[in-house]
Design a protein around this ligand. Sequence first.
Ligand code: IGP
Length: 263
Amino acid sequence: MTDVLERIAAYKREDVAARKAALSQDAVEARARLASAPRGFRAALERHVEETGHPALIAEIKKASPSKGLIREDFDPPVLAKAYERGGASCLSVLTDGPSFQGDDAFLGAAREATALPCLRKDFLVDPWQVAESRGLGADCILIILAMIDDALAAELLAEAKRFGMDALIETHDEAEMARACKLGGDLVGINNRSLRTFEVDLEVTERLAMLSPVRALLVAESGIFTPDDVARVSAAHAQAVLVGESLMRQADVEAATRTLLA
Ligand SMILES: O=P(O)(O)OC[C@@H](O)[C@@H](O)c1c[nH]c2ccccc12
């Protein structure tokens, strides 16, 4: 229980237990069914790639992180969501974790309502109950971080996502996790260039793992992407989409920065 990931998993399990005590599985599913219909997340990425021949952008709404501290002071999720949409993003990623990222569940719905873009709930899933909860909050896609959970739980999360009509981004960081992603059979796979244990970032991780990814999966390069050259580099390694937070969040003019990154 020493590294960051273990610490996050521990408080997440506690938090989920409290949430489940307040809202039964039936109640959380009823909420999920009331939510506005899922927007195709993977489909939006694929459409962009087919229409432009360029990688698609998943733009992240992130106020702070454990490795960087506060990233952006002037933080208004709907305003940022609209700027990303105008700048050419295909999808949004919204951090909802409070303790480590200063996120909030409400940011997800607020960003989603402000745009037509499909939204990923960026949080740490340690219980299938959280999938219905995510749908109830408006999520179109969930994140499955393989470094945090075993194959049985990952398969359950994937099945729940399917049951609620959502996509699931399966996140990997090394060869063993990529092999697990292949076995799980997901169609949307992320390669996180940042270690969630050491915070070390290296785009070489995408170059190494991309060739091991499932054939039918749409591949997302995540983290540490700052320049159009970085986008070109992971694209050359066959990533079809990029997930970018910090480099865009640090710019005063987010719309212009988004355009520049994609140019
Ligand atoms: O801000 P960056 O370096 O552009 O990274 C965005 C995104 O990839 C990163 O926030 C992320 C990727 N996987 C995660 C899992 C949990 C929390 C955060 C993340």
